[in-house]
Design a binder for this molecule. Sequence first.
Ligand code: C2E
Ligand code: MG
Ligand code: MG
Ligand code: MG
Length: 274
Amino acid sequence: EAKTRGRGRHAFFDVDLLERTQRRLQLEQDLRQAPRTDQLWVAYQPIVDLRTGRTTMVEGLLRWTHPRYGAIPPIEFIGLAEESDLINVVGVHMLRKATGEILDLRADHNPDLGLTVNLSARQLDDPHLVTAVREALRTTGLPPNDLCLEITESALMRDPTIAARTLAALRDLGVRLAIDDFGTGYSSLAQLLTLPLDTLKIDQSFTAGLGKSDDAEAIVTSIIAMAHAVDLTVVAEGVEHALQLDILRRLGCDQAQGYHLGRPSAQPDLDRVF
Ligand code: C2E
Ligand code: MG
Ligand code: MG
Ligand code: MG
């Protein structure tokens, strides 16, 4: 009896695995075609200056609406793309699209609105990345200083030598550079600070603790102090409540982003003042 049940459970697991494998293969195949369709689009999330309460930039977040599976979470399809060279194609597509669309948002809302875009670890190894960024700036006329590129702490630490070289080349174009999800990796702080960064984004897990735990506030306080000591602009991610915003303002955080300030959207609300 136990044996039957055991086998049953096993079979169930295998069906599940098979389905997931099939979905994966299908998605990988479809993602290859996606840049030639209108399935990939960009959602823009406001980033608010905590002194003025105004939106000064937006983060472009890639979205994939699959004809059969619907909205695929970026964690899933970016992860898939990162396992092959597909991430370079998708990444360049995203960069072109977002740098083009930011011009419309600037015309309609704020002529100085900045754009920040995520880069994957693998894109840092791509010899064509710097050319692609230069081309996107040239084609759109977006001032380089109004474009920021975000790289996660773990991506930077995957191969610090290559990362440092690519960041220096990007910096030479005049774009700004941010470290994303700060606090989630296990990097050497001394090593991170040798990179030519402009901005540090505090991971949302720390923001979530604000107002709930004194430890979270102490950690955020020290991240801000450390970042300001080396002239980095600090952005807090994942602000979901007004109380978190108050605390961040009191702690001297420069900018904030989160559902409380605006959700990522194709038509973000950029005119509200907080
Ligand atoms: P990320 O760069 O750290 O982006 C912030 C993520 O937090 C976004 O998730 C955003 O929707 C979400 N978020 C914003 N405010 C809040 C909040 O108040 N509460 C909570 N719980 N979440 C909030 P999303 O759009 O699902 O993207 C997830 C990750 O996928 C991004 O994290 C980024 O690492 C990656 N990603 C998205 N677009 C791209 C892209 O074009 N290229 C690359 N390489 N990665 C991308
Ligand atoms: Mg980001
Ligand atoms: Mg982040
Ligand atoms: Mg994140």
